[in-house]
Design a protein around this ligand. Structure first.
Ligand SMILES: [Zn+2]
Length: 281
């Protein structure tokens, strides 16, 4: 089991890798730049390469996450151009750091045209624009939404379809957020086998590259995005044991984006999740 957590990037990319290593993690996630706004960071290539070296040497997998305001369905010429440049910059940083990819939430259309289908078109168009001149190894990793707002991106079928309609699907993979999957009603408790069967039959599993392992503060069909520590939310540890016991998922890196309120923080929570795997037989 490869597990780690989201780490804050206070002293650079290489330092984040060192922190992950010292925590005993097998993977980690970071924001490549200020997570609160869209921007283009003039990053240190030297720091990024050092991060890559540390990861390679210590068998660590890293994943980047786009800033919160990133929306692939955003409208308006100026903000649209800023969004595209920001995601391209995230990809460049992730690639230099040797990261698996850049997690991007499925878009949410809030534009003037009332037809939500326009949002899906815009999202495919954005992904094509971002990837057209890209030749790096880091992938775009589309993450399922909790369903806040207009409920776009809460089904596996939408994610798979958007990917398959893009010009360069080989650069696009998926990130499964378990809190979002539960809050949106995609993951029904005690139906973990059916859920994974759906993943398999919809061509989702081969492109599933990372799992955001989060419990949920709110119930199913709440469409609310509030993460809880594993085993301390509405999903509960038994359900995580059932989900993680599926062989299709065991090799996928697990990243905690939880509050980390246990004594010992995320390091203790990583150990807790490893302990759950002892019950997986
Ligand atoms: Zn997430």
């Amino acid at each position: 089991m490869r597990i780690g957590s989201h780490l804050s990037l206070q002293s650079g990319y290489a330092q984040a890798a060192i922190t992950a290593y010292k925590m005993g993690a097998g993977c980690f996630q970071y924001f490549p730049k200020n997570p609160r706004r869209l921007s283009i960071k003039d990053f240190s290539l030297q720091d990024a390469r050092r991060c890559r070296e540390i990861c390679e040497k210590n068998d660590l997998v890293s994943v980047a996450h786009t800033p919160y305001p990133t929306n692939l369905c955003v409208e308006g010429e100026e903000v649209y151009a800023t969004m595209l440049q920001s995601v391209k910059n995230d990809l460049d940083i992730a690639d230099a750091c040797g990261s698996l990819g850049v997690v991007v939430h499925f878009g949410q259309y809030k534009g003037a045209k009332k037809n939500p289908l326009y949002g899906y078109q815009l999202m495919i168009y954005s992904l094509n624009e971002i990837l057209r001149s890209y030749s790096g190894k880091a992938m775009i990793l589309l993450e399922n939404n909790a369903g806040q707002g207009n409920k776009m991106g809460i089904t596996i079928e939408e994610l798979v379809q958007v990917r398959s309609l893009c010009e360069k699907p080989e650069h696009i993979g998926f990130c499964l957020d378990t809190c979002h999957a539960f809050a949106s009603g995609m993951w029904e408790l005690n139906k973990e086998n059916e859920l994974v069967e759906r993943f398999i039959h919809s061509d989702y599993v081969p492109h599933l590259k990372v799992i955001h392992l989060n419990d949920s503060k709110y119930p199913a069909f709440s469409y609310r995005d509030r993460h809880a520590d594993i085993g301390r939310g509405m999903i509960g540890e038994e359900a995580f044991i059932r989900l993680l016991s599926r062989p299709e998922l065991v090799t996928i890196p697990l990243i905690l984006e939880t509050p980390g309120e246990r004594e010992g923080g995320h390091q203790a929570e990583i150990e807790f999740v490893r302990g759950l795997s002892k019950d997986i037989q």
